[in-house]
Design a protein around this ligand. Structure first.
Ligand code: ZN
Length: 713
């Protein structure tokens, strides 16, 4: 059945060019365009509350045809800009470009969100099929010389156009982005660039698919209860369920998902079991099978170098960093270098203590990476009388979620109202309307908490709709995704302290998207430089562990008792014990990323040798692997973090500095600072990172608070 669908996506230029002969006064009319198309819910008008995607009506099969149709619509919009017979103006070129492609972004945002959080075979295939087409489409636009001619012509008159600060920034960013994308390349070079982009997009999809399969395929099956040691009841219950799911009649199955592997490594007395699981994790994508990622890495890093060279940069890192706060690889290495020596020293000291503990227990042999977490827990218990499982009952996930909401209320007066009937992509999701204190609608927040096979690992936020205010205010729709332990028959989902931190972290990204208040969507919310984006998320981790915030939410799920102050003190002391490990594990991965992407000449080593050489160079110890080894480094090979994993540390300078500023006032909710902080979030990416920070605190960021926080001073 075909039906006529009204899609109100096109900029007024399209309409204007059709209508101009007859009517010269139509500039302010919002155009509508009628497109005849099939009965695809993605393309129909979304008559849901606040225009959220109708996930309940969308079938996996609907995405590819909808994206293709939306690409066609976008192409038409672009043509109208390019073939406009009037001279290029800010409105008919820059703003027209900015407001084009809305249908495509609405459909593809829904697609990528579902693809990451609740995939299936149809969606995986769809992604393989459509990613290269999307890349080619974006290249068609960004490498379009005729379009760029118009952009350049506006750019060259920028001083005389009487633009607002945000309009001027949009113009400059648009111009720079086209140059960065390679629009000035000609002939063969331009064709080669398109080929490279297309291939990179395929490879990155394959990398992620391989990793998901390698993670899901692995199983450690345990039939003897003795091997399990002091495992928490909730982990025992979830591993029993996992074993049943995998076809065992009894016993326990452990997987490479974080909620399974981490507690196992922390508590199982079976050295062999720990080693098996640890190596299973560390060898993902490196098993010389059909899911091996090594060849993909070599091809990707070589293509990225070739692309950077084509665009006039020495290396991929030079290319990427030129648009970040850091600007150059040297600045990144400089920051890493300021922390690395203290961090590795601290880790070596911890290793010595852990190895002694193992010896004291009468265990023969060398201390290994797979022993690390187990003996950390032993030392925590002995030195600090602390066991992480004691704290879990105080971090039941609903309570933690409420804690995040209460914090947003304390800081910004925000309210959260569940929308039980909102369409979801999975029944576990929870959807909230977000409101100002006075009841004004802010946006919608989707939260998806539990780990499952259809979800990629880790935790992330993404935007289903970005805030904008060109022809009326468009409110944002954002998502938070986690891999928390699912509730079992008898116990709710009890989070570790680290998992609770993750919830606040992602929620910080969500606030960044939700509180955005700018004109243009490409400058809104989290569209900020990569090394700035982790600042509003990480800063939340500071608040969540303050005693006065913990008192709001960290309550025992059975007794309602607030987490005792002594337990928090013990936890903080115990956590500081392993700080060296955490920093080293993270920084080693940041170095590895920088090593892969600062290459200025073709790499001739195999992946594992390259990695080993890079780690030897910084003196990493054998017992610690980088947080991500190359073959499962999704951030840089299937996410957007290539030459960018250092960003967490860069942002940490900003968040530690910011929180120290709050502390200095003696009030962690200081209203004056909070107001300035909210103004910074509201500005989204409408200014550079340096400017945003300067507007907020009136000065440049300082590194001392971070060094102090890490105990490196
Ligand atoms: Zn983050």
């Amino acid at each position: 059945m075909n039906k006529l669908i009204l899609v109100t996506v096109l900029s007024f230029f399209l309409f204007q060019s059709c209508k101009k002969e007859a009517d010269n006064t139509s500039n302010n009319t919002k155009p509508e365009i009628n497109i005849e198309m099939s009965d695809n819910p993605l393309l129909a008008e979304w008559d849901t509350s606040f225009g959220v995607p109708p996930f309940n009506k969308i079938q996996s099969e609907d995405y590819v045809p909808a994206i293709r149709e939306a690409i066609q619509v976008h192409n038409k919009e672009i043509s109208f800009i390019v073939y406009n017979t009037e001279a290029a103006t800010f409105e008919n070129t820059i703003e027209a470009l900015e407001t084009s492609g809305l249908l495509l972004s609405r459909v593809s945002n829904a697609f990528f969100a579902v693809n990451s959080a609740n995939t299936n075979d149809v969606l995986k295939e769809a992604r393989k099929e459509i990613s290269p087409e999307l890349t080619a489409h974006s290249d068609e636009i960004r490498l379009n010389s005729a379009l760029f001619k118009r952009i350049k012509s506006v750019y060259e008159q920028k001083e005389n156009l009487d633009l607002s600060t945000e309009e001027l920034y949009l113009l400059e960013e648009t111009y720079k982005n086209y140059v960065r994308a390679g629009v000035n390349l000609e002939g063969e070079n331009k064709e080669r660039l398109k080929e490279i982009n297309k291939r990179l997009s395929e490879l990155s999809t394959n990398f992620g698919d391989n990793l998901l399969d390698e993670t899901n395929d692995f199983e450690l099956y345990v039939s003897e209860k003795e091997e399990l040691g002091n495992m928490s009841a909730s982990l025992l219950a979830s591993s029993t369920e996992e074993a049943k799911k995998r076809g065992h009649e009894s016993g326990w199955s452990f997987t490479l998902q974080r909620p399974s592997i981490n507690p196992f490594l922390q508590t199982s007395p079976s050295r062999e079991g720990r080693e098996t699981l640890f190596q299973g994790y560390a060898l993902r994508g490196n098993n010389d099978n059909a899911k091996d990622n090594k060849a993909i890495i070599l091809e990707m890093t070589s293509l990225r170098l070739e692309k950077a060279n084509l665009l006039g940069f020495k290396s991929h890192a030079d290319y990427v960093l030129s648009k970040n706060m850091s600007q150059t690889p040297e600045a990144v290495y400089d920051l890493l270098g300021q922390l690395w020596p203290s961090a590795i020293e601290m880790a070596k000291k911890d290793r010595k203590a852990l190895a002694e503990m193992m010896k004291k227990e009468g265990v023969e042999g060398d201390f290994r990476g797979s022993d690390w977490r187990y003996y950390v827990e032993k030392i925590r218990a002995e030195r600090y009388n602390f066991n992480e499982d004691e704290t879990r009952p105080y971090f039941e996930f609903t309570a933690v979620r409420e804690g995040a909401f209460m914090l947003a209320d304390k800081l910004f007066g925000m309210k959260f109202k569940e929308m039980p009937d909102a369409p979801k992509w999975h029944e576990d999701q929870q959807v909230f309307e977000v409101l100002e204190a006075d009841g004004t609608h802010i946006g919608v927040l989707y939260m998806d908490f539990f780990t499952r096979e259809s979800k990629r690992g880790g935790a992330w936020m993404n935007e289903l709709r970005m805030q904008s205010n060109v022809d009326g205010f468009v409110t944002p729709i954002v998502t938070n995704n986690f891999n928390f332990p699912p509730p079992t028959k008898d116990t709710p989902s009890l989070l570790s302290f680290g998992e609770a931190q993750t919830l606040f972290h992602e929620f910080g990204h969500a606030l960044h998207g939700l509180l955005s208040n700018v004109k243009y969507r490409s400058l809104s919310g989290t569209n900020v430089p990569r090394d700035f984006v982790e600042f509003p998320s990480q800063v939340m981790e500071n608040w969540m562990s303050e005693p006065e915030v913990l008192a709001l939410y960290a309550k025992h799920y059975q007794t309602g008792e607030v987490i005792p102050a002594e337990m928090i003190e013990k936890m903080n002391a115990a956590n500081s014990f392993n700080e060296g490990f955490r920093t080293v594990e993270y920084m080693a991965a940041a170095y590895l990323d920088m090593n892969w992407h600062s290459l200025t000449e073709a790499n001739t080593k195999d992946v594992i040798t390259f990695e080993k050489d890079a780690m030897d160079k910084i003196g990493l110890i054998d017992e610690i692997y980088p947080r991500y080894r190359s073959t499962y480094y999704a951030h840089i090979f299937s996410g957007g973090y290539s030459a960018g994993y250092y960003s967490y540390l860069w942002s940490e300078v900003l968040d530690a500095d910011t929180f120290a500023e709050f502390k200095k006032t003696g009030d962690i909710f200081n209203p004056e600072l909070t107001e300035k902080y909210r103004a910074m979030l509201a500005a989204g990416g409408s200014k550079s990172g340096e400017e945003l920070y300067k507007d907020f605190l009136g000065r440049n960021p300082e590194i001392e608070p971070l060094l102090k926080k890490k105990g490196f001073e």
